[in-house]
Write a protein that binds this ligand. Structure first.
Ligand code: C2E
Ligand code: MG
Ligand code: MG
Ligand code: MG
Length: 281
């Protein structure tokens, strides 16, 4: 509600920064409450093999169900969570929820898929991150080989040596890593290759105009060629049309996600899709 009323009224007599800070403090306060009351849920979006349209995995996407405001997108609270450090706790909750869901799917015979979890840079480098992850996998007895952690280029490359150490540890456990939003940062694949990553996920911004922009097509084709030369898998995010799918198939892109296949859905719904096995479009 403050979101609707507050901003415009306030700005008349308050400097922009101040309103922004007040809003941030307000969100931070509600986030603490959300952690306490467990107002977070995971939605899942299928990741499909582009040749067969078989579901090979799902990506966990966080949703905040606020009693006052309803469902809030991660884009609206992850930045505040990162700045305030609350992302460390929230991130742990995400991993725990995902592992619980994997356990349930295994029991229902839908366990043969990978689950991607998004990590913030700050979370990755927080104290005892690796041991907390290790403990959660032991607690739920989940094969770490089923889990993929998604990190952004900048998240991976800032404090390179620390990232390398943490990624190496988790990788030895069996967890895989994927570079998310690939192409939006400034790092080269050659540099990223020094980290133990298994693949890249091409950012939606390149996919959204791939059917009509020659330039985007060239960029995506270049990324796929280079990644494959380096033995990395390629996922395309944000596939919305059959034309985009066809272009990506021709380029040999391995897998993809997007509204063409399915939006992110609650866990009961994803379970049905996983059991169904193939996406029908
Ligand atoms: P992301 O990891 O790059 O996730 C992909 C986003 O694109 C998701 O938005 C997804 O719903 C959306 N998307 C997927 N397919 C399509 C499509 O075909 N068209 C369009 N227009 N959008 C599509 P969402 O769920 O709002 O998440 C936004 C971002 O929030 C994520 O981007 C990720 O960076 C962050 N995020 C989500 N969950 C978590 C989490 O548990 N931890 C952290 N640290 N960040 C998270
Ligand atoms: Mg992601
Ligand atoms: Mg992404
Ligand atoms: Mg993104």
């Amino acid at each position: 509600q403050a979101k609707e009323n507050g901003k415009n009224d306030f700005q008349i007599f308050m400097p922009y920064m101040l309103t922004r800070n007040l809003k941030k403090i307000e969100i931070e306060k509600s986030l603490r409450k959300a952690i306490e009351d467990d107002q977070f849920v995971l939605y899942y979006q299928p990741v499909v093999d582009l040749d067969t349209l078989q579901i090979t995995g799902v990506e966990a996407l966080l949703r905040w169900i606020s009693p006052q405001k309803g469902m809030i997108s991660p884009l609206d609270f992850i930045p505040v969570a990162e700045e305030s450090g609350l992302i460390v706790k929230i991130g742990e909750l995400v991993i725990e929820k995902a592992l619980k869901d994997i356990k349930v799917w295994e029991q229902k015979g839908a366990g043969n898929i990978s689950v991607s979890i998004n990590l913030s840079a700050r979370q990755l480098r927080a104290k005892h991150f690796e041991s907390k992850v290790l403990r959660l996998f032991e607690k739920y007895r989940i094969d770490p080989g089923k889990v993929i952690f998604e990190i952004t280029e900048s998240g991976a490359v800032e404090n390179f040596d620390i990232s390398l150490r943490i990624l190496s540890f988790l990788c030895q456990m069996g967890i895989k890593f994927l570079i998310d939003d690939f192409g939006t940062g400034y790092s080269s694949l050659i540099y990223l290759r020094r980290l133990p990553i298994g693949g890249v996920k091409i950012d939606r911004s390149f996919i959204s105009d791939i059917a009509y922009s020659k330039e985007s097509r060239s960029i995506v084709e270049g990324i796929i060629l280079m990644a494959h030369k380096l033995d990395l898998k390629v996922v395309a995010e944000g596939i919305e049309t059959k034309e985009e799918l066809d272009v990506l198939r021709q380029m040999g892109c391995d897998s993809g996600q997007g509204y063409l296949f399915s939006k992110p859905v609650p866990k009961d719904e994803i379970e049905k899709l996983i059991l169904q096995g193939r996406i029908l479009i």
